[in-house]
Design a protein around this ligand. Structure first.
Ligand code: PMT
Length: 402
């Protein structure tokens, strides 16, 4: 599951249950982790396998947990999530929640949840208009439950009136609002590089580095959550690419140059957090070199991808990293100028508690106009947000936030 924000998607039994699957896909595209919970009746309309395939996680189903399962999903699942969305929500689940009835996994979870809840009702118009349903909805609204829809129109049974599940886009908008997801990167094509390149020495050996890909993946996830279309190009990584990115693996600097060069043509922003090897092996052997006393390897310089993109730059915003061990700011500024960057993110890679293969980083962000922002040691997810704030501010020509 994605390291980002988790949403519990409750699906109840109605013909609109299939739209829950579309909603799951759209939420995943935002870079959110989605945990689907289905009622017994929901499974009569759509199979749990559909949701499992879309979300990448087993569905939590009605009934008591099996031996070996989490014994208390009704407590642990909402606690690990930021939001519950019930779509479609039947009159039954609305009534249970309004009246404190907990008789299956989803209704129990709703009572145990201390997080915001969004409900998207879908039912026959006469049922929706029924006073009991309306009173239940009014009661839940006073407790802070947010309702999206239903819309008016022809429902599955052929009758017309208010009762259709709201458009999936409206439910997604409500989720974004509830989670305070920004949309300030809507419509932007963002290319992010991550991980470390590996230059082969022979058929089995290579020159690599300690990059885990965590920094790049945090940036890609943050850009996704802010509405960007994200291409992630990575070398070797210890983490999974976020769901929703267009992913390309490029193991050597040459492969990365080709992939980045292609993606750059239609990009609005390039953020190079990959640790690209500066050299490759001259005259690499196709087979495995036999063990010998001494072995001298000759290295030749790799292309500097970022510098090359700096030359090709038209309207793209170019963000580079500087991995330094001494006189970090001075060297970072040189990279900003020499590579024609808009923003440079400087980190000290001599420290073990930040930088390479850590969940944390501490960076100095400098823009081409000379604005300097120092971000103290923070999770890479926080650093990612700050980098995007600055890159966007530079792109918009406004002052970066401090
Ligand atoms: O992956 P993690 O474990 O999360 O670690 C994150 C990180 C430490 C790798 C990351 O924060 C970082 O510092 N990335 C840049 C690593 C690097 O190659 O730095 P550099 O100072 O050598 O290069 C400067 C810039 O030029 C970088 O944006 C780099 O991507 C780029 N470059 C470098 C060499 C090269 N041949 N081509 C390039 O494009």
């Amino acid at each position: 599951m994605n390291p980002g924000i988790k949403v519990v998607l409750g699906v109840t039994g109605g013909i609109a249950a299939y739209k829950g699957a579309e909603l799951a896909r759209k939420l995943m595209e935002l870079g959110l982790g989605v945990q689907a919970v289905m009622t017994r009746n929901a499974e009569k309309f759509v199979t749990p396998l559909t949701f499992e395939a879309l979300t990448g996680s087993p569905v939590i189903r009605a009934g008591l947990p099996e031996p070996g399962d989490d014994p208390m999903p009704h407590i642990s699942v909402p606690r690990s999530a930021s939001l519950m969305v019930i779509a479609p929500a039947t009159a039954g689940i609305i009534g249970k929640m309004a009246n404190g009835i907990a008789d299956d996994t989803l209704s129990t979870m709703l009572l145990a949840a201390d997080i915001p809840v969004i409900m998207a009702p879908a039912m026959n118009p006469a049922m929706y208009a029924n006073q009991a349903v309306q009173e239940n909805i009014a009661r839940l609204k006073t407790r802070g439950v947010r309702f999206v829809g239903p819309s008016a129109g022809e429902v599955a049974c052929g009758e017309t009136g208010e009762g259709k599940l709201a458009p999936v886009e409206d439910i997604v908008s409500a989720v974004k609002e509830a989670l305070n997801l920004k949309t300030d990167m809507d419509g932007l094509n963002v290319v992010v590089t991550a991980g470390g390149t590996r230059e082969p020495i022979d058929a089995v050996r290579y020159i690599g580095n300690r990059s885990s890909g965590k920094m790049g993946v945090a940036i890609a996830s943050a850009a996704l959550r802010r509405g960007a279309t994200v291409t992630l190009i990575s070398g070797a990584m210890d983490v999974e690419p976020p769901t929703g990115v267009a992913f390309t693996q490029a193991m050597t600097a040459d492969e990365m140059l080709n992939a980045v060069g292609e993606a750059f043509k239609t990009a609005d922003m390039l953020i190079m957090s990959a640790a690209v090897g500066d050299y490759h092996v001259n005259g690499r052997s196709g087979g495995k070199v036999k063990k010998k006393e001494d072995w001298t390897i000759s290295l030749a310089p790799n292309p500097d991808i970022l510098m090359e993109m700096g030359k090709r730059k038209e309207s793209q915003t170019l963000v580079g990293f500087a991995a330094e061990t001494e006189r970090a700011e001075e060297h970072g500024l040189e990279k900003l100028r020499n590579k024609n960057l808009d923003v440079v993110v400087i980190n000290d890679v001599s420290r073990k508690d930040i930088g390479f293969n850590s969940d944390f980083n501490e960076v100095t962000i400098i823009t081409k106009s000379g604005a300097v922002e120092k971000i103290p040691k923070s999770p890479k997810t926080t650093i990612a947000g700050k980098i995007l704030d600055t890159a966007l501010a530079v792109r918009d020509g406004s002052k970066p936030r401090t």
